[in-house]
Design a protein around this ligand. Structure first.
Ligand code: GCU
Length: 420
């Protein structure tokens, strides 16, 4: 009996210590919320032209995201070195040129570094390229036996709280191929460059000690999302040195947390000229203030390293946050921007992602560009695309072939790739 009571007490205590982060999945319970307006200056004046947007409003929004959300990206670069590329001109049975480099962020070979995997269609013409961080290692994006098996971080099977940094398991080669569609992208005349995001900062509480952030002053004032975004720009620095790449057509894609990082990277780096947010959810394209799906409390509680210290102050008070996802999207304007949701990905709040994409249309209009052109959510599996694009795919939180089909159509629309 005593034992029973103490077991019960332990269970109650454990429950008290583990916050539950209740998500609301009931549309009827979404209360009224005030969406911050990208086209109103902090002094209350409306933004009516591109000049005011560029000189005043955009810098105001950038400062808010730096101060309150992702942390300010430190100025200057570390001591960057790139190894000579390992090139295979006949990769994927002659359908691709494959290049692989290591980018070291300091003068130490055992310090932070990332590996870039680049695929280009064969030939001599300049091509557009998609850039994106991957979740599980470069070798997972395609079964190509030529992709170098680098070290990955895995959970220790003996202690789920511990992480091990070790050589990737050969059996995981190509395990994320569906999400990357390498052959399809190449056949359409585009290149693809990818980096394993853990190379830049391993994604767990305590990962900061192993992060590239440690090379900069006050790393704890920045954030994991901030340094992942920074890493994407360092990949572009390298890519621009490749004569096969068209510097004006560098696209950026990110899924989920890596979609959040991609949006923040594109907000800061205009070299990304077309941007795709695949289910980036709350803290990304979606609207946090719309009380549906993942909460700010969950973001801060489960992933404290993703955001900067100021963001923690909004725990329990998303209504006080001075910005929302629509304003993150506004920082991409007027570049082509595609936002995608998945019908079953309720945590990301598909409707919140859609409304955000609708709202940013006003900023695109300022530039004479066309936003979504609809105010009702399209049916599942039906894309709308102008300068802003959107679809809600049937199914779960993921990147699937259907998603890439829309992204390639969107890229064709804006880039008219060579040979078409
Ligand atoms: C979690 C997190 C989301 C994030 C997602 C992902 O579900 O709560 O905010 O987008 O992971 O990156 O897959």
């Amino acid at each position: 009996m005593v034992r029973c009571a103490s077991v019960l007490l332990l269970a109650v205590l454990a429950q008290a210590q583990t916050p539950t982060y209740k998500y609301n999945f009931d549309e009827a319970k979404v209360a009224n919320y005030a969406l911050p307006d990208p086209l109103t200056l902090a002094n209350g004046q409306p933004v009516k032209d591109v000049a005011t947007w560029t000189a005043k409003r955009r810098p105001e929004l950038m400062a808010l995201f730096e101060d309150q959300v992702y942390g300010k990206t430190p100025a200057g670069h570390t001591d960057i070195r790139v190894t000579p590329p390992l090139i295979d001109l006949k990769a994927l049975k002659g359908k691709a040129v494959r290049k692989q480099v290591t980018i070291y962020f300091s003068d130490r070979n055992d310090g932070p570094h990332m590996q870039v995997l680049l695929y280009l269609p064969p030939g001599n013409t300049r091509v557009p390229v998609f850039v994106g961080l991957n979740f599980s290692g470069n070798h997972t994006v395609n079964a190509d036996p030529g992709i170098i098996m680098n070290d990955v971080w895995v959970t220790d099977p003996l202690d789920p709280k511990k992480r091990l940094h070790q050589q990737a398991d050969e059996r995981t080669r190509g395990s994320n191929a569906t999400a990357w569609q390498v052959e399809k992208i190449l056949a359409r005349g585009y290149g693809l460059a990818t980096v394993y995001y853990y190379d830049i900062e391993p994604d767990f509480v305590g990962g900061l000690a192993e992060s590239t952030r440690m090379l900069f002053p006050e790393p704890e004032r920045w954030s994991a999302l901030g340094v992942w975004a920074w890493g994407l720009s360092r990949a572009v620095d390298y890519l621009l040195g490749d004569p096969r790449l068209d510097p004006k057509r560098i696209g950026l894609i990110g899924h989920s947390r890596l979609g959040k990082a991609a949006l923040w990277a594109a907000a800061q780096d205009h070299r990304f000229s077309l941007v795709i947010s695949n289910e980036s959810g709350k803290g990304g394209a979606s609207l946090l203030k719309r009380g549906f799906g993942e909460t700010l409390d969950h973001l801060n509680g489960a992933f404290p390293h993703w955001f900067n210290p100021a963001y923690k102050e909004y725990t329990g008070h998303p209504e006080k946050l001075p910005i929302d996802g629509n304003e993150l999207l506004a920082l991409i304007a007027p570049r082509p921007l595609y936002v995608a949701s998945a019908a079953e990905d309720l945590g990301s709040d598909p409707k919140g992602e859609f409304l955000s994409a609708v709202n940013v249309g006003r900023v695109y209009s300022l530039f004479g560009r066309k936003g979504l052109g609809v105010t009702q959510m399209p049916l599942v599996d039906q894309a709308v695309m102008h300068d802003v694009g959107y679809h809600v795919r049937s199914g779960k939180h993921d990147v699937l072939e259907f998603d890439w089909d829309q992204y390639l159509a969107f890229a064709d629309l804006h880039w008219h790739p060579t040979g078409k």
